[in-house]
Design a binder for this molecule. Structure first.
Ligand code: GLN
Length: 453
């Protein structure tokens, strides 16, 4: 079948089902059909790559030239990006067809998609539950077959947690593996883009497009990019798996623990060996993250001042009034909470007590992983402590919400790659297993996931 037929199929799926899910903020039907026709022409002229004509959805955090890019915020609800992010440009260059921009927590701050200015996304498995966040729109769209694949971003778990809660696959690459250029910044030392797909094989195909050096992002790593599909079928006999005892504590849903243990038995049958390890500073990850991420966000979001782009308040009296009212009106409450916390942590007199201390904890957390990877190849555990929770259940309790990322946050602090793959169900809802790898070991993670799947 042609790309036009395939694209039309997914556009129809979106039209038919997305009024229930709310996973898209923008549907770019005209552009998609034009791109699909161009892809079919490339195919007819034998000028097509592997993914030419394949539809994809992008999280609405990636700037797309001439197309609304909202980042889930009122602040950018009418913002038409004047340039293309490196990630979305690479997919365009590969001939992929963008179906639209997916819903997300405002500025990627959240774990349930409920902070979006465009309303919450529903979990396709249970419509009164959250798909997770912040890439919840991408995860729900892929899980519900409204898109074959999507992009996401992960600052503290935003690819892996929604992938787990929606029963699909999500990979957060090593910090710097994928360019952040044109990806609206939340916390620049933690943010990383990655694929959200049905399978590890699809994630490998997307990584082949996304990964690589970009001189426009000074933190992008100048490391060679392997063919991520080439090693998918390698044997995992002899693979050394570490199980961090801190990840299997009493707070973990017992059925999720059982599903992960069952999956580990399968990996053992494939020849892997398992040993218990300790990531002794794991309990410091959440407090360190909730100082560092808000500090960086308070700095990054200072650009939204009503002067150059985005929302601007009516009839400002003076410059200060413009700043104050624009920001009061344009940001939602979770974003304001983070800006306040972050500004406080960075202020003179508190910087040493909070920000510097959090950075020291970050180093301890990283050192635990470095030591562990002297002994094991891959670290395995649950992705989330519980399955999808009900919409509204945690909206009035930010700390309960923050705990959803208890197992995912430390890898962002360490800059390591990690992925979530589906491993069974609890109470009718899917659950995820997390695989954490050493720096730039994405191919290894994808290989293990593919052998398991
Ligand atoms: N849920 C975490 C937060 O709210 C992580 C978000 C993310 O990874 N973008 O900050």
């Amino acid at each position: 079948f042609s790309s036009v037929e395939l694209t039309q199929h997914y556009l129809n799926q979106i039209k038919q089902f997305d009024n229930q899910l709310n996973s898209f903020i923008s549907i770019t039907e005209d552009q998609a059909l034009t791109a699909a026709k161009a892809a079919d022409n490339c195919r007819a002229n034998n000028n097509a790559g592997l993914l030419t004509g394949v539809p994809i959805a992008h999280k609405d955090i990636f700037c797309t030239n001439g197309i609304k890019t909202t980042c889930g915020s009122k602040m950018l609800s009418n913002f038409i990006a004047p340039y293309e992010s490196t990630v979305s440009q690479k997919f365009q260059d590969a001939g992929c067809v963008m179906l639209g921009k997916t819903n997300m927590d405002e500025f990627a701050m959240g774990s349930s998609n409920e902070t979006s200015y465009f309303g919450a996304v529903k979990n396709p498995w249970q419509l009164d539950s959250t798909p997770g966040g912040s890439s919840g729109g991408s995860a729900a769209a892929v899980a519900a077959r409204l898109a074959p694949a999507a992009t996401g971003t992960d600052t503290g778990g935003s690819i892996r947690q929604p992938a787990a809660l929606c029963g699909i696959t999500g990979l957060k690459p090593t910090y710097g593996r994928v360019s952040r250029w044109g990806m609206i910044a939340f916390a620049s030392s933690l943010d990383q883009a990655g694929p959200i797909t049905q399978t590890a094989e699809d994630a490998a195909l997307l990584m082949n497009i996304m990964a690589g050096f970009d001189e426009k992002d000074s933190t992008c790593a100048n490391e060679p990019v392997p063919d991520y599909t080439a090693t998918l079928n390698d044997s995992i006999a002899g693979l050394k798996i570490g199980l961090p005892k801190e990840y299997f504590s009493a707070d973990l849903d017992s059925q999720i623990a059982a599903n992960v243990e069952q999956a580990i038995k399968e990996l053992e049958k494939l020849g892997a060996t398992v040993k218990e390890i300790s990531l002794a500073n794991s309990h410091l990850a959440l407090p360190a993250y909730y100082v560092i991420a808000p500090a960086e966000c308070s700095s990054n979001l200072s650009r939204f001042d009503g002067v150059r782009f985005g929302h601007r308040c009516e009839d400002p009296k003076d410059l200060e009034d413009l700043y104050k009212r624009t920001r009061a009106e344009g940001f939602g409450s979770e974003v304001k909470r983070r800006i306040l916390v972050g500004t406080y942590a960075l202020s003179a007199g508190y910087y040493d007590a909070y920000y510097i201390k959090a950075q020291k904890l970050r180093r301890l957390i990283k050192n635990d992983f470095v030591a562990a990877f002297n002994d094991v190849d891959v670290i395995v555990g649950p992705t989330t402590p519980s399955p999808a929770f009900k919409l509204g259940e945690k909206t009035n309790d930010p700390v309960a919400m923050y705990l959803s990322d208890i197992y995912t946050i430390s890898t962002n602090l360490a800059g390591l790659p990690a992925m979530s793959i589906p491993v069974g169900f609890t109470k009718g809802l899917p659950t995820g297993m997390q695989l954490i790898g050493n720096y730039f070991a994405e191919a290894r993670l994808l290989n293990v996931a593919h052998q398991f799947q």
